[in-house]
Design a protein around this ligand. Structure first.
Ligand code: GLN
Length: 533
């Protein structure tokens, strides 16, 4: 395709309408037509990235292969499109301002007054266009927040300018909400009308509207929205609540959303591509009758989005094992020696979540001890793996008080310790061991069995590591270090081969698990859990 096409996705009325899922679904449909698609997210907050945000603020922090701490929507983009994102796919207001201010300090603006328009908006536009250098046919940009927020104004203004500059090569999709008022027994379109008006006041006429609703709306309501919002009736698409987000591409396709996009951009829509692979996956999901019960132990379990990629990876792994996922969440602060059997006995497998800091650690250690002593499939991710090591040190090696120096600097046995290159770090943002690193697997290990190869790459986000000084002691007692980074010698995977499936990874395999390519370790863990039933 000669020119890159740009699609902006904004949201109105309320947040959490699923802009990320709509963007990912549209991306999927265009990809199914053979186009190269990438999806980008603009976040209007001032943090440079979400790396320093706590999960209560922002849910999971996703990590790209190139080591950028990113919004969790990038996880959806990757799971849907099956192509990696990078730092360029997630930009915050903070990053835009930082670049502009750095340029100002260097004197790049030659004595000019630096202003929101044009300097900030130019930087935003540069970040949109940056992606087209990678030869993408379509760049879909999701604008975080809700239209009308003060924070997102510079982004909306940049979209207005781009629409003007790019003409047919740029369209805007606006996602709004149609609430059902139970007392009146009616769906209401007024908030949508107001939201579109607000967008129009900012100089943007949406080309396509996506209405989030609980049920499909009657055509006269669609007609009304179209009439009030200057959008063709066929371009008013409905995004109805679905039992799974993975059905969204199909309901959008049934309403010809992708064909409408192409038509509006002057491209030949041709025939609708089949989505056989995707449908096959959904069918497999629908046909799975038996369940697999997984217990997730973590300290953020009350937050819907804190373990997003882990939840999705478990779901995908269950489907690829032809099982329904029955996920039980256990607050690590509430697991103790008295209740652990009662809580976890019914689980087919236990996953110990990643995390930071002391809170909830003892509950994780108790759950791990229970899993280890009762040979229950157990999967530790990052801090979860570190806890496996601590538990083993304390209860098998007899190293009383063994700990990670993250939790206790004066521990007599630093089985998990700060990585050498982390020791002099002062800035907390973006300074962990981040992104994809090589890992060499030991043949014959559970991990090797799962991946079916010796060399893998997985993404990291941590400061602490397995202390290699203890390696021999662990291995002699039965906990093996079966994955190692070939350059640094850092231990990336531990296992207890004598148990059915007891694996801990210093990396986060959940960042690398997509609908067409579920992560092998998750698939292996769920398989072991099923066999343990
Ligand atoms: N807090 C641990 C570390 O920094 C683990 C981090 C994590 O679980 N992502 O090493």
């Amino acid at each position: 395709m000669a020119d890159t096409k740009y699609i902006f996705v904004s949201g109105g009325v309320v947040s959490s309408l699923g802009k990320g899922i709509v963007s990912a679904s549209l991306g999927k449909l265009l990809q199914a037509r053979g186009y190269n698609v990438t999806i980008q997210k603009f976040d209007p907050y001032i943090n440079i990235d979400p790396g320093t945000l706590n999960p209560y603020e922002h849910g999971e922090c996703y990590v790209t292969v190139d080591g950028h701490e990113a919004d969790l929507d990038l996880g959806h983009y990757e799971r849907f499109l099956n192509i990696p994102t990078t730092r360029a796919n997630n930009v915050t207001t903070g990053r835009i301002y930082q670049t502009v201010i750095d340029k100002e300090r260097k004197g790049d603006y030659l004595g000019k007054t630096v202003q929101v328009i044009p300097h900030i908006t130019d930087e935003i536009k540069r970040n949109v266009k940056l992606l087209s250098k990678n030869k993408f046919d379509f760049v879909i940009t999701e604008i975080g927040g809700t239209v009308g927020d003060i924070e997102s104004l510079p982004f909306i203004e940049s979209v207005r300018q781009l629409k003007w500059e790019l003409g047919k090569n740029c369209i805007c999709v606006h996602l709004t909400y149609i609430p059902y008022i139970a007392a009146a027994k009616e769906y209401k379109t007024k908030p949508t009308q107001h939201s579109v008006k607000q967008l129009q006041e900012l100089g943007i006429q949406p080309d396509i509207l996506v209405l989030r609703t609980e049920r499909f709306l009657k055509q006269d309501l669609i007609r009304k929205v179209a009439l009030f919002c200057n959008v063709g009736e066929e371009a008013v698409i409905q995004s109805v609540d679905m039992p799974t987000i993975y059905e969204v591409p199909l309901i959008l396709q049934r309403q010809n959303m992708d064909a409408i996009v192409l038509k509006k951009m002057g491209l030949d829509a041709g025939s609708t591509p089949d989505m056989k692979k995707w449908e096959g996956f959904l069918q497999r999901k629908a046909e799975a009758k038996e369940t697999v019960r997984i217990g997730l132990v973590g300290k953020y379990v009350e937050l819907q989005d804190a373990y997003k990629s882990i939840d999705e990876s478990l779901l995908l792994a269950a489907i690829y094992n032809d099982r329904k996922l029955d996920l039980h969440l256990f607050h690590s602060e509430k697991v103790n020696e008295t209740n652990v059997v009662e809580l976890l006995a019914d689980m087919d497998g236990i996953l110990i979540a990643p995390g930071f800091g002391q809170r909830g650690i003892e509950g994780k250690l108790t759950a791990i001890r229970y899993a280890r002593e009762n040979d229950k499939p157990c999967f530790g991710v990052c801090l979860g793996m570190q806890c496996m090591v601590i538990e083993f040190a304390r209860n098998v090696l007899g190293l009383e008080g063994a700990n990670s120096t993250e939790m206790e600097q004066t521990t007599p046995f630093k089985v998990i310790d700060l990585m050498e290159d982390q020791k002099n770090i002062i800035n907390m943002g973006g300074s962990m061991r981040l992104g994809a690193f090589d890992c060499v697997l030991q043949k014959g290990s559970r991990a090797y069995e799962a991946y079916g190869k010796e060399h893998v790459q997985e993404r990291h986000r941590h400061r602490f590591e397995f202390n290699n000084e203890y390696r021999k002691q662990f291995e002699e007692a039965g906990m093996k270090c079966v994955g190692e980074n070939p350059d640094s010698g850092l231990v990336e995977i531990v296992e207890i081969p004598a148990l059915k499936w007891f694996v801990g990874t210093q990396f986060h395999p959940e960042y690398n698990s997509t609908v067409v390519n579920p992560n092998p370790l998750f698939v292996g863990f769920v398989k072991a859990a099923i066999e343990n039933k």
